[in-house]
Design a protein. Sequence first.
Length: 221
Amino acid sequence: MTEYDKYAIAPPYITHWLRENSAHNDAFLTELEQYAAENNIPIAQPETARFLSVMCGIIKPRRMLEIGTAIGYSAIIAARAMGGNGTILTLEYDERIARTARGNIARAGLSDRIEVVCADAKDYLSYIDEDECMDFIFLDGPKAHYVYMLDDCVRLLRRGGVLISDNVLYKGMTADDEHVVRRKITIVERLREYIAALTNHPELDTALLPLGDGVTVSVKI
């Protein structure tokens, strides 16, 4: 078996069709996508990025938290979709990548609306006060840490707010032991714990979608 089965979640014809129909004509986003691919930096998959954009366009959050900035790709997409008054706090552990993200955000003309903080999100979240409640949270940081950040995400989310978590199916490994790569066992086990915690959380109503690398959508009730 190959190390990862890239079609474990959806058949190739479905994936290709979705991506063809999620394509954009934005030269700047294309440049970021190429940079991410060339430098092996994970960003949201095309269909997930489009889903994030649509959700931000529907909800129009005034305040959004992103965990896992990478090069600023998804924050830029979200900020463009959420309206001119919306702001984003995005957390990135790697200082070098955070600097790249700040540069990309500046080039996009969004420095006044997107704040990049270089921090370990697992620790930093506990320092954010409940008064700074979020309308929308996009969780796309280290997958093994999702389960440890859930309580703070729920605490910071306003009632009616939305939490989207990316990569929860993790190349199909979360759903099927036959796809699990040995060195990823710990991550897979923690993602399974996270999904169980989401779906059983008394303050959340959650749907699991086989979109991209797997996405959960939760609303705080």
